[in-house]
Design a protein. Structure first.
Length: 115
């Protein structure tokens, strides 16, 4: 089992920045990949960014150049640095951990980009 707890969401103006954190606990050694997903109002949940245990990264096209995913293995935490935020980035952001056979979700943190 893996437990994930997100933090760092909030209200920010367009052009602003936020850093989301996801603290993992439990069977950390089984995690192959950590990801951030988001689900906007009335939309499906989409992959935003991911990072493997080998620190290879993936980004959704709409966030490339604005968001940065990173991980601190010593703290068992994955981060999502979000810069140049846009109103369309408004969503609930979820952390996801993939192991060899299962996936685990956090409960999410809300991000609102509005003036």
């Amino acid at each position: 089992q893996v437990q994930l707890v997100e933090s760092g969401g909030g209200l920010v103006q367009p052009g602003g920045s936020l850093r989301l954190s996801c603290a993992a606990s439990g069977n950390i050694a089984s995690i192959n990949e950590l990801s951030w997903y988001r689900q906007g109002p009335g939309k499906q949940r989409d992959l935003v960014a991911s990072i493997t245990s080998g620190v290879a990264t993936y980004y959704q096209n709409s966030v490339k150049g604005r968001f940065t995913i990173s991980r601190d293995n010593a703290k068992n935490t994955v981060y999502l640095q979000m810069d140049s935020l846009k109103p369309e980035d408004t969503a609930d952001y979820y952390c996801f951990a993939r192991t060899g056979i299962r996936g685990f979700w956090g409960r999410g943190t809300q991000v609102t980009v509005s003036s």
